[in-house]
Ligand binder design. Structure first.
Ligand code: HEM
Length: 309
């Protein structure tokens, strides 16, 4: 089964681009043509710079899907993300028709591909958001903790959690990408004693070792997001978050991205975080982190893009 690069590890650099479509019938032709040639754009970058491991994932929002493919079925779980409003925290829902997640070992390759894509689409889209993420030392989030450790490890395991299978045969090889741009209150975060920060995440900061169950708290991030199905099996997603920052503007952020075979898994984690776990605990991380975007995209298989007509 072929799938876009949804299982890849976060990489050194990432550009996240979100666009809205300016709807009209000629636009559809331009976009279909773009999709048919999309794999060629990535292939060209890999041929030119084999050592840079350039990749790009393309996704569609629910509204765009319905407009572009009115006579086609919709992936089972593709809907506009429904805001989650808890008593204290809100996971906002924000618009987005097209999404690109570009990764490469050098930022110049991210720039090159982003500029080619933007040029090709410029007459049919308006930009919504653009974030440039970077790997921070040993894979740390901007708040200083290593991010990604408990991701599924091996490729077949990653694919089994991130890629749609026989449960939605027409969209086999697809994935649900959920993104949120978080801004951190760094001043408040840095005022926390180390032990308190470690209780927020549920791991030690310096060496990334997990806290014991006794040391964790019911609102620790890795308690709230660790979920199981009715048979006690772990439910997972593949995360590829990136830090981003403009220190001179006092902006410190995390671009959260989770690829999932079932969006319901990501959504359950979000409900636990924002509305509270069944035991009534929200995520302690949200005291210092506020999402300013929240959008669900469907990432079709490469064949789907190649064969679109
Ligand atoms: C674990 C950071 C948002 C799901 C972690 C860890 C860190 C982290 C440092 C521990 C290391 C690891 O296992 O990766 C962040 C930051 C976020 C964020 C900075 C945004 C501000 C989210 C969101 C979700 C999520 C929105 C789900 C929708 C998870 C999961 C784990 C995890 C499933 C592993 C839990 C386990 O140990 O089983 N995150 N995260 N995270 N995070 Fe997040």
């Amino acid at each position: 089964m072929k799938y876009q690069d949804v299982t890849k590890s976060p990489c050194e650099n990432a550009y996240f681009l979100v666009f809205n479509l300016t709807h009209s019938s000629e636009n559809r032709d331009t976009l279909i043509d773009f999709c048919n040639n999309f794999s060629g754009l990535i292939r060209s970058m890999r041929t030119r710079f084999p050592e840079l491991e350039t990749s790009c994932v393309m996704g569609f929002g629910a509204n765009a899907w319905t407009t572009l493919f009115p006579n086609q079925p919709k992936p089972k779980e593709l809907n506009t993300f429904k805001e989650i409003k808890g008593d204290t925290y809100t996971a906002v829902s924000t618009p987005g028709d097209l999404f690109f997640h570009i990764r490469a070992l050098k930022v110049s390759a991210c720039y090159e591909l982003a500029s080619i894509i933007s040029q090709k689409l410029k007459n049919i889209v308006t930009p919504v958001d653009e974030v440039h993420g970077f790997r921070y030392f040993d894979g740390r989030s901007i708040i200083g903790f290593v991010d990604g450790t408990e991701n599924p490890e091996y490729e077949d395991e990653r694919a089994s959690y991130a890629v749609i299978g026989d449960e939605d045969p027409e969209f086999k090889g697809g994935s649900y990408a959920f993104v949120q741009k978080y801004i951190h209150d760094m001043e408040a975060w840095e005022k926390q004693p180390l032990i308190e920060q470690e209780k927020v995440i549920g791991r030690h900061k310096f060496n990334d070792v997990e806290l014991t169950d006794e040391e964790k708290e019911p609102g620790s991030h890795n308690v709230v997001t660790n979920i199981q199905d009715e048979n006690g099996e772990d439910l997972k997603i593949v995360r590829a978050n990136m830090p981003f920052s403009n220190p001179s503007r006092n902006e410190y952020g995390t671009y959260f991205i989770g690829y999932a075979r079932y969006f319901s898994t990501t959504n359950r984690m979000l409900e636990n975080m924002f509305a509270g776990t069944p035991e009534g605990h929200t995520d302690k991380l949200l005291k210092f982190s506020t999402p300013v975007t929240g959008t669900l995209f469907f990432v079709p298989s490469p064949e789907f893009l190649d064969d679109l007509a």
